[in-house]
Design a protein around this ligand. Structure first.
Ligand SMILES: [Zn+2]
Length: 382
């Protein structure tokens, strides 16, 4: 048992080093380490740039997080000393976080009042109710990745160890995307976040086929609808009203009288038919070039708010999978897309630092970590 635990611990550090060294050139990768007391060290003279020395350094110091950046390749030695880059490459990364919907970012349909989307939890905390937002975000990101022709095997979903998720893509094409291409991908996803603006924009572009926009909006709507329909079929509209942020959706579409209108709906329809009633009321099927309030609300509540710099900037560093989140003290874990969707407390695994050994871990936690190692190995194509 003791042996198992120290093996798990050592394998985790090996995984971090394998990602830094993905192309056998760890020395070309920009990276930094963060101690468990949150001291950030990027200085090349202090953190070894050699695989074996780095492993020893992590094992001996109170390192909690490793942050990874781009690979820099130079044409010749002179350039490497004079800041003239030959070429850079980096994984394509997306960052979604529940705290992005905590703060005053989203307005109601009239654009006058800020919406409080998360009512059940705040900050670091999350529960199955607010995690619905991450679920919806994951499905929408997956939709756009398939539109971009990105293979699922190149996508690594990483639970941050707190209340967010990273999607890291390492296909050959993604690694070689330049700044402008990354910006285009970000803009495309952002553009569809507000259907009214999307349609307005399409109409302003001379000769632009707004039919394409409508098709994307409908695709995304259908993804979101599946999640909501599933919840309502099981628990009824009242569940959304009482326990989740979906109250805001009801509020805006019930013209400020959600309680009264909900009561009428509950008396007249079974759980299974309550969602169909909502859809029919808002004539979703007949949607043409003007999105109805139900569609608009669903986008407002469930569309991903991406951390722009993470996706755009080549120079931006991201927390490496298997880092220990210094906010929560929990291990960041690569998981399957389905595990991310069904997130629960089992995946909150507390570890002080990467130094180990992690004697306090249970058998189940060791199994989870080893499963994460396997997921990452497959993704690294080892
Ligand atoms: Zn919650």
């Amino acid at each position: 048992m003791q042996e198992d635990i120290s093996t798990t611990h050592s394998s985790v550090i090996n995984q971090i080093i394998a990602l830094l060294d993905q192309y056998g050139r760890i020395n070309s990768r920009e990276f930094a380490v963060v101690t468990s007391s949150r001291i950030y060290i990027r200085d090349k003279d202090r953190v070894p740039r050699n695989k074996d020395n780095l492993k020893v350094y992590i094992e001996r110091n109170n390192i909690a997080e490793v942050h990874i950046g781009k690979f820099n390749y130079f044409k010749n030695q002179e350039e490497s000393n004079s800041f003239i880059l030959g070429y850079s490459m980096k994984e394509l990364v997306f960052d979604i976080d529940l705290t992005d919907i905590d703060y005053d970012k989203i307005y109601d349909l009239q654009g006058s009042n800020k919406l409080v989307i998360r009512k059940c939890c705040y900050g670091k905390k999350f529960c199955s109710k607010c995690w619905i937002h991450i679920k919806a975000n994951v499905l929408i990101l997956e939709y756009f990745m398939s539109q971009l022709g990105i293979d699922k095997k190149d996508m690594l979903w990483v639970f941050s160890g707190s209340k967010g998720v990273h999607l890291i893509i390492n296909s050959k094409k993604s690694m070689l995307l330049n700044d402008l291409q990354r910006k285009n991908i970000y803009n495309m996803i952002e553009m569809f976040g507000d259907p009214t603006k999307t349609i307005e924009m399409a109409n302003k572009l001379i000769g632009f086929p707004s039919k394409i926009m409508n098709e994307h909006i409908m695709d995304i709507y259908l993804i979101l609808e599946k999640i909501i329909q599933h919840i309502v079929n099981k628990k009824g509209l009242r569940f959304l009203n009482r326990d989740s942020s979906f109250m805001g959706v009801l509020n805006s579409i019930c013209l400020g009288y959600p309680d009264q209108i909900l009561e009428i709906i509950e008396k007249s329809y079974s759980e299974k038919n309550q969602w169909n009633f909502m859809k029919q009321s808002f004539n979703v099927i007949a949607y043409t070039d003007k999105p109805n309030p139900l569609i608009l609300s669903m986008f407002r509540y469930f569309y991903p708010i991406l951390d722009k710099n993470v996706t755009l900037c080549m120079s931006h560093l991201i927390k490496c999978p298997f880092s220990i989140n210094t906010n929560s003290g929990c291990l960041s874990l690569p998981l399957t897309r389905d595990q991310i969707m069904d997130m629960d407390d089992r995946y909150l695994i507390k570890c002080e630092s990467l130094k180990g050994p992690w004697n306090h871990l249970t058998q189940e936690q060791n199994v989870i970590i080893n499963n994460s190692i396997n997921i990452m190995n497959l993704w690294l194509k080892k």
